[in-house]
Design a protein around this ligand. Structure first.
Ligand code: PEP
Length: 246
């Protein structure tokens, strides 16, 4: 069983910084990470540069943080799935809570983007997760199940899809790291609904070296989607080594 460990850099890093990160990663023996599938998701500006540094035989998959559902056209400021694929992306992150909150991403646009990503043979990494008030009311399972159903509506073959459960209250510098007991019910439900049907179900939200292994110990967690703790390459490599050595 493959364990996915990846990071999105969000809106961080210049080209020089991106290349330096990729160079360090490329110089590390991937034999250390047997059984793991590492991935990194740079900003769109750095995709090509990181792709060139990693090279065509890199075991590290590359992703884009977003892509439009149309292949081309009058969509100022957007990039399409064929464009990010052209720059080297194999994964498209879709529906991160920051995009839903600040950029009007909806269940409908998430669904359109999933379809476009699959149509072009890339891996959709679909982010779902409930806000704090929903968690407090005990309705997390219902909320997240509905988000995933909407994201995968009319998807006939979800085998390429990665899901990332990222409770909004656990994400970012103002987030509260989740305890394994906080997330077990959602993973049990997602596993019931989608286990075996999708490629993997990941957890994200304030993951670092102190909690990575206990989160991976939760039934149904197939990997980790990491933000801040992997923005420096040593943090990412440290997490990969930690998970590989468990
Ligand atoms: C995220 O925003 O998806 C995320 C996982 O961030 P962090 O690990 O920094 O909480």
């Amino acid at each position: 069983m493959t364990t996915w460990v990846g990071t999105s850099w969000k809106m961080n890093k210049t080209l020089d910084q991106a290349r330096e990160y990729a160079r360090t990663l490329a110089a590390t023996d991937p034999g250390r990470w047997r059984g793991l599938q590492p991935f990194i998701i740079p900003p769109a500006t750095a995709l090509l540069a990181v792709n060139e540094v990693l090279g065509p035989r890199s075991p590290v998959l590359l992703g884009a943080q977003n892509a439009h559902w149309e292949d081309a056209g009058a969509w100022t400021g957007e990039v399409s799935v064929p464009q990010v694929a052209d720059a080297g992306a194999q994964i498209v992150e879709i529906g991160h809570s920051e995009r839903r909150q600040h950029f009007a991403e909806t269940d409908e646009t998430v669904n359109l983007k999933v379809a476009a990503t699959l149509r072009h043979g890339l891996i959709p990494l679909v982010c779902v997760g409930e806000p704090a008030d929903v968690f407090a009311s005990g309705a997390s399972v219902t909320y997240v199940r509905r988000q995933v159903r909407a994201a995968l509506d009319a998807v006939r073959d979800p085998r390429a899809v990665l899901l990332a459960y990222e409770p909004i209250w656990a994400i970012g510098s103002r987030g509260r790291p989740a305890a394994p007991s906080d997330i077990g019910a959602v993973f049990a439900a997602l596993h019931d609904d989608w286990g075996g049907a999708v490629r993997g179900i990941l957890y994200g939200g304030s993951v670092d070296a102190s909690n990575a292994l206990s989160i991976l110990g939760v039934d149904g967690v197939d990997g980790l989607f990491v933000g801040r703790a992997a923005w420096e390459v040593d943090g990412f490599i440290g997490l990969l080594d930690l998970v590989a050595g468990r």
